[in-house]
Ligand binder design. Sequence first.
Ligand SMILES: [Zn+2]
Length: 311
Amino acid sequence: MTFSQSVKNEILKSVRNAKKCCATSFLTAVLKSVGSLTLGHGGYAFSVESDNVDFLSIIAEQAARLDVKSRLSSYNMSAKGTAVYSCRFDSSLGEKLGLVTRDEEGTLGFAEAENLIPSEPCCRRAFMQGLFVSCGSVIVPNVEGSDRAKYHLELRFSDAEFARAVNMSYAAMGLRQTPRKNHTVLYIKESELIADFLVYVNATSAKLELENVIVIRSVRNDVNRQSNCEFANIEKTVAASAKQLQAIELLRSSGRFDLLSDSLKQIALLREEDREATLEEIAAKLHISKSGANHRFAKLIELAEQQRKKL
Ligand SMILES: [Zn+2]
């Protein structure tokens, strides 16, 4: 099961126990985003198609709470060979949800997108739940994935006006808007905002799963950063050691080595014995401080430099 699917399943489970006012808002969001209006002999009717039977049976169940009958039927095979189902609602649903309006002469019209978005907090949540299960998706990088894998949550609308209204009304969620082909997409890329979104739509297990991914990935990035840092230190040691060995070699070849003080000879010998030893390791062997060891190496390099000038 994909992460998107588990989020949707969690939402659908929580919708089952929603209040009646919220059931209305949930259905409004579903029908406005993925419903289609068809005209038949019996007048017009809304229907929703999906390959997810559970989704359709839950919306049918919610419609029944508003005394709206529906008929679920297996519809067709998609190009991929999966069955597509259709849920066709009684014609009263559109007006009950306020999706369609009828003027005094009985002419049908469509409600303004912004008027469909509820204002009660409970219903606003249900509305967003309806949007996500209908036209939402979320991708979370897997724990082993590359660092370039991204967090991404989106809602995809065929009606740009509706997308804009949703974006305005839910401004606090931090959704960004972009056109994509014939659609308008509202999306979030920040993992913390995605976590907030999941909590908002009651997908709390999915949110915990997401937080796990965030934590594991950030720990792993820290480890990478740390080992990069260690590697840089090793490189620094190697470069310093090469420079010191060059100086010692020059002092030896010019016959200057035997004239060095004991303390300088001692540290030079230790360096020759172990070219990869760090300054700390050499200092420890001599029972002197790191800066003391550093000072002695600087002296060796300085003497070698003087010798070079003489040659
Ligand atoms: Zn409500």
